[in-house]
Design a protein around this ligand. Structure first.
Ligand SMILES: *[C@@H]1O[C@H](CO)[C@@H](O)[C@H](O)[C@H]1NC(C)=O
Ligand SMILES: *[C@@H]1O[C@H](CO)[C@@H](O)[C@H](O)[C@H]1NC(C)=O
Ligand SMILES: *[C@@H]1O[C@H](CO)[C@@H](O)[C@H](O)[C@H]1NC(C)=O
Ligand SMILES: *[C@@H]1O[C@H](CO)[C@@H](O)[C@H](O)[C@H]1NC(C)=O
Length: 512
């Protein structure tokens, strides 16, 4: 009897060992656009409707000090995928346009490339915004993604017409002189102009298909799912038009939230939710210039485009039932940290380059102190002679330069946020204690008790500035209308002739 029990026990142990051996964790990164620190229900917004994200936060880890790599889109996305600050990748100043010849340099190593070396299936859905270029050489399929389905930039870089079900127009005309928004399947345009009323659903269906296929084939996968929402102009299909009390921004955000619910539902249906890390964040702070049609930074100062907290501190939610203990964390972390964290999780090899990210494992898995004690804020226009604008060191933040931004609103009631707030040098730097003063209201730099701290921060600043190697700017490379993605190259009259509908509307592309 006793012997029999030991044998049974041994069988169980072997079963769990096998299960652990074969089950490399899946990784899903959900990345919103221009969603600010104060926009989600779980971050305190009173009229937003984000039940699925709130549930993710309740059953996962909500980070209160989580930073995007840049206060604007393209450099932020480059930072997330490479673990490197914008000057190193050359993705500055500003963002890529549809006519740009530059892109994320092909010699950069992305999370997808890292995961390919350990046999992951890799897919990207949604907004890329790291270039298209000649012969479409900068599309995701050239950066380690086996599969791509999405628009390679923001839908504001197309002539938007219909944004709300059933046929309501978009607010503003976006960029009427560019071709219609191209929807790519790998490196082929399958729909142009894209139908914004069904786009969100098409993305979500593609995500579910990708998850289901890999789960059924028992292959570990990485899904990078970057929403077009909630970048201007807001849009929403039948399900979500007028669905929230927060207006058009709320309706767009509700589409994101529904998509997050779809992803979690599929992970559960495939019984892989306990073997999948899901991480939700946003590329930068809110685009306050759009007023009620834009997001909010909550209690943080200013928004998109600036190096104040509202520009770069964003929601960060990590979810992995059984592996990540539900709660809140005040530890400092960044999208820059995802690459090193994932490398560690899968026993992957870090690229042989200078990384600006650190492993977040201690914060996520053991509720320990994080490994990051500094964060460097780069203004999206920064030139080599200005470099880093602000330095965070533990709970303190020193602003060496400040400047407003058009995205943060010409009429923002805080004048520091407006584009009219010109580049200003601060010597000594403005100093804030972000634990006691998250809104950056009370400058401490004249108090003698902070002299030692200011000196310490200044040494960190000097070391960082002198060691930073600036890559050549990719965004300053030439622009040419011929590079604008068109499904009928050479057609006339350009760009209105760029029209193809290889997918029926409302029909998703089945993942092959
Ligand atoms: C990529 O190539 C460029 C140009 O040769 C070089 O400046 C840069 O350092 C390289 N980057 C990496 C990550 O190797
Ligand atoms: C949504 O609300 C707007 C503003 O109140 C209204 O003009 C529009 O007809 C509504 N649309 C639908 C589909 O309910
Ligand atoms: C890493 O890069 C450095 C400098 O580019 C080079 O000297 C070194 O040999 C590389 N190490 C490996 C393991 O490839
Ligand atoms: C490229 O696009 C930008 C942004 O819309 C526009 O300002 C610029 O004139 C265009 N340049 C060329 C050469 O097409």
């Amino acid at each position: 009897m006793f012997f029999w029990r030991i044998q049974l026990f041994a069988v169980f142990v072997q079963y769990f060992i096998d299960k652990c051996k074969t089950a490399e964790p899946n990784i899903v990164i959900l990345f919103a656009d221009d969603v600010g620190y104060g926009d989600l229900g779980c971050y305190g917004h009173p009229t937003t409707s984000t039940p699925h994200l709130d549930k993710l936060a309740a059953n996962g880890l909500l980070l209160t000090q989580f930073y995007a790599g840049s206060p604007v889109c393209s450099p932020s996305r480059a930072s997330l995928l490479t673990g490197r600050l914008p000057p190193r990748t050359g993705v500055y100043p500003g963002v890529f346009q549809a006519n740009d010849s530059g892109g994320l340099p092909l010699n950069e190593t992305t999370i997808a490339e890292l995961l390919k070396t350990v046999n992951y299936q890799t897919g990207m859905i949604g907004k890329w915004h790291l270039g298209v270029g000649e012969n479409q050489k900068y599309l995701p399929t050239n950066f380690g993604f086996d599969y791509y389905f999405g628009i390679p930039y923001t839908h504001a870089q197309c002539p938007c017409v219909t944004c709300f079900w059933p046929r309501d127009s978009c607010y503003g005309s976006c960029k009427p002189y560019f071709p219609g928004c191209p929807l790519f399947y790998n490196d082929e345009i399958v729909d142009q102009p894209v139908d914004l009323l069904t786009l969100n659903e098409q993305y979500a269906n593609a995500a579910r298909d990708f998850i289901a296929k890999n789960a059924q084939e028992k292959k570990p996968f990485f899904l990078y799912y970057a929403f077009q929402h909630c970048h201007h102009p807001q849009f929403a299909g039948k399900k979500f038009r007028n669905s929230t009390s927060r207006g058009v921004f709320g309706d767009s955000l509700a589409e994101i939230d529904w998509s997050v619910g779809q992803v979690i539902k599929e992970l559960k249906q495939q019984d892989i939710d306990k073997n999948t890390l899901v991480f939700f964040s946003s590329d930068n702070g809110p685009s306050i210039q759009w007023k009620t049609r834009g997001g909010v930074a909550g209690l943080l100062k200013c928004g998109k485009g600036t190096t104040y907290e509202g520009g770069q501190r964003v929601p960060g939610i990590a979810y992995w039932p059984g592996m990540i203990k539900p709660g809140r964390s005040m530890e400092l972390a960044s999208t820059l940290d995802l690459l090193p964290t994932i490398a560690k999780m899968v026993n992957g090899i870090l690229p042989n380059v200078t990384l600006d990210g650190v492993d977040m494992g201690p914060i996520l898995f053991t509720q320990d102190k994080g490994l990051r004690d500094t964060f460097f804020y780069y203004y999206p226009q920064s030139r080599q002679d200005k470099g880093v604008y602000a330095v965070r060191y533990h709970q303190y933040k020193a602003h060496y330069y400040t400047r407003g931004a058009s995205e943060s609103g010409v009429e923002n009631k805080d004048k520091d946020c407006r584009p009219s707030a010109e580049l200003t040098w601060h010597n000594p730097p403005l100093l804030f204690d972000l634990n006691q003063d998250p809104s950056e209201l009370y400058n401490l730099n004249s108090l003698p008790e902070y002299n030692v701290l200011l000196n310490e921060i200044h040494q960190i600043y000097e070391r960082h500035v002198t060691s930073m190697k600036w890559a050549e700017s990719e965004i300053n490379k030439y622009k040419d209308p011929k590079l604008e993605p068109c499904c009928k190259p050479g057609c006339k009259p350009f760009p209105s002739c760029c029209q193809c509908h290889k997918l029926g509307h409302s029909q998703s592309l089945t993942f092959k």
